[in-house]
Design a protein around this ligand. Structure first.
Ligand SMILES: Cc1ncc(C[n+]2csc(CCOP(=O)(O)OP(=O)(O)O)c2C)c(N)n1
Ligand SMILES: [Mg+2]
Length: 629
């Protein structure tokens, strides 16, 4: 190969030629990093990236209906593939670009790689302001794409074609880094996309990015082992990092040998199979009584691949042992250091292996293990109880979750993101394998569900994908049903209609606010009804089942639990995206289990209910702790 050779091509052609030759490798497994490019064309990308994609059909182009959705598709794809593969997203300039900002935030917060290529205003400037350009009086060096800066782990604007020679390797370094990964944005001015340059051909050679399994500091490992030996009541909190690192088998060996129980975060659920005797299930604000009781008295928390969101720490009230301390295994020093922990900065799998080797003669006290195993059994009985509720006339959400869990194949993927479902699913879903529970709860972004389901299905075409979505989220973004049908990726969408926000309605009532603004009903005398108005409201003439049908889905409408189970059986063998529509009860709720979430209540109000809620809030707030070692 002539390393001096160059090839004259447009910047956009160079970008796509580069991307299609990027690979990753971990543990000897090599994969192309990008599985193609989603996009919506406009004048800001049609002649640049659009032309390049047309010229290179081997780099598959997919249409989406909405730019936010396509970023969710890419994010879910990356999550399903444990960050080893993702998709590219191209948009036009202006609204197409800013539609991706929400998706970028969701990807970055969840630490999932996506590459965004928004079109940008002319670099040459002479024709400005162009259609959709944001003008500024104080600089010509700003565009709507600057909005991506805080939500991107790497951001660049390519104002000369040769700048991609340095920008693209940086983009790949960040995307493939388990520590730094998230959304990467390369803003591509529409004129520069189409400009030619003599690119060195070496840019387009196949490149394999090794994903390292970094090992933690030896002294810290030894100290961590000593802390574990000294602990009377240790508890593991398994986060998403366990799954992304493919450390679930190692975690199970660690747990089997040492006997430390496991609570799981939203992203970590599935780290340990639900029926393992030391599995305590969900932890934190949406956790089980099993995990939350153990957390309250634990003297040592071993966080693995968790960023300790407020849902996990129950807004810092979860850990009440006066001398509790933390060991954090995390690829990112930033997360490893949280709560002034003993930081084990490294990959979860190899860190667990190293720690296990230092503890090969050790296991926890048999009494503690027996107590924990008893809690596991009691919790499973509670799940059983909720699965068996047959609420009438409208079924409860808990029984519907039970039906989906029981009828779906054990290797299925269940996708969800926002509303009351995440909390209920976190508690009730019996995760049978590490990919069984796909919850976007870093950003809890309404609208992720169906788009995310499509990304998961594209990444795991042999598995059934169940999307569980509320009516609010469904109304916010149902457009990718069309894409799933266009691409023949069958989704099973379970649409739970409770005429508004069951989640925020319950939160509102708990704050003394009567569900104000959370029901889908017609205003009366200019005021939207709340829960005090009871059933006596004018419902909206909306037919979500007909809506789904109009988008091409096969739809089954159900009324009862029995209908629902029958429908779940039918959709196992339907050929295209299928929607099961059912109404469920707004007030029949899965309770909270000995935990809390800090949502501040109005300090001053004339409402006695709000005053009471504020007093209760103050009492709980007093339990919030700082962990200063
Ligand atoms: C994009 C976005 N907007 C607002 C919110 C705040 N929010 C959280 S849950 C929720 C209501 C969801 O309604 P629905 O999908 O019907 O689920 P339900 O609460 O009824 O279970 C809202 C508005 C959010 N999470 N995401
Ligand atoms: Mg709803």
């Amino acid at each position: 190969m002539d390393k001096q050779a160059t090839k004259r091509m447009t910047m956009a052609q160079a970008v796509i030629s580069f991307l299609k030759n990027q690979y990753v490798e971990r543990d000897g497994v090599e994969l192309p990093f990008f599985a193609g490019c989603f996009g919506i064309f406009g004048h800001g990308n049609i002649a640049g990236i659009g032309q390049a994609l047309q010229q290179m059909p081997e780099f598959r182009y997919y249409q989406a209906r909405n730019e936010q959705a396509m970023v969710h598709i890419a994010t879910a794809y990356a999550k399903t593939r444990n960050r080893m593969q993702t998709l590219v997203c191209t948009s036009s300039i202006g609204p197409g670009a800013t539609n991706m900002v929400t998706g970028a935030a969701a990807a970055t917060i969840n630490r999932l790689p996506v590459l965004l290529l928004p079109g940008d205003m002319f670099a040459r400037r002479n024709v400005a302001p162009v259609l959709q350009q944001l003008e500024s009086e104080h600089t010509q060096d700003i565009s709507v794409n600057d909005c991506f800066k805080p939500v991107s782990r790497y951001w660049d604007r390519i104002t000369r074609p040769e700048q991609v020679l340095t920008a693209l390797p940086e983009a790949l370094r960040v995307l493939t880094s388990p520590v730094e990964t998230g959304a990467v944005t390369l803003a591509l001015p529409q004129d520069v996309q189409a400009e030619a340059y003599a690119y060195p051909e070496t840019l387009f050679y196949k490149r394999v990015w090794h994903i390292p399994r970094n090992r933690p500091d030896r002294r810290s490992l030894e100290q961590a082992a000593a802390w574990i030996r000294a602990s009377r009541r240790p508890l593991i909190i398994a986060g998403g990092g366990v799954i992304y690192s493919e450390a679930t088998g190692t975690l199970q060996r660690f747990v089997d040998q040492i006997g430390i129980p496991v609570g799981e975060t939203m992203a970590g659920k599935g780290s340990l199979c639900y029926d393992h005797p030391l599995s305590l299930g969900a932890i934190g604000a949406t956790g089980t009584f099993a995990a939350n009781r153990v957390a309250k008295e634990a003297d040592l928390i071993i966080g693995i691949g968790t960023r300790y969101s407020d849902f996990t720490t129950a807004s810092k009230t979860a850990f009440q042992h006066p001398e509790v301390r933390f060991i954090n295994m995390n690829v990112a020093e930033f997360d490893a250091a949280k709560h002034l922990a003993m930081p084990l900065t490294g990959d979860a799998k190899v860190t667990l292996e190293e720690l296990l080797a230092l503890l090969d003669d050790y296991h926890v006290d048999a009494g503690y293990r027996a107590q924990v195993e008893q809690l596991h059994v009691s919790w499973d009985a509670e799940v059983e109880r909720i699965y068996a509720i047959r609420n009438a006339p409208l079924p409860s959400q808990g029984e519907l979750i039970g039906a989906v869990n029981e009828v779906s194949a054990p290797d299925a993927i269940m996708v969800c993101a926002a509303g009351s479902l995440p909390g209920d699913l976190h508690k009730l879903w019996r995760a049978r394998h590490p990919k069984n529970y796909h919850m976007e709860y870093g950003y809890s972004c309404m609208g992720y569900e169906i788009a995310g389901g499509l990304g998961a299905k594209m990444a795991a075409p042999d598995r059934d994908v169940y999307v569980m979505v509320g009516d609010g989220s469904y109304l916010m973004m149902n457009s990718e049903i069309v894409t799933s049908i266009q691409e023949n990726h069958k989704l099973i969408i379970v649409l739970l209609d409770n005429h508004g926000f069951k989640s925020i309605g319950a939160l509102s009532r708990s704050l003394g606010q009567d569900g104000f603004g959370t029901r889908y009903a017609a205003p009366r005398n200019g005021i939207l009804p709340g829960d005090k108005d009871g059933a006596d409201v004018q419902e909206l003439p909306v037919d979500l089942a007909a809506n789904a049908r109009s988008l091409g889905a096969y739809v089954i409408e159900c009324e009862t639990y029995a209908d629902f189970v029958a429908a779940l059986e039918v959709v196992r063998t339907t050929e295209r995206t299928s929607v099961i529509y059912i109404q469920n009860d707004r007030y029949q709720s899965v309770p909270g289990y000995e935990s809390w979430w800090d949502v501040p209540v109005a300090e001053v109000s004339t409402s006695p209910q709000i005053q009471t809620a504020h007093a209760e809030w103050e009492a709980m707030r007093a339990q919030e702790r700082y962990f200063l070692g």
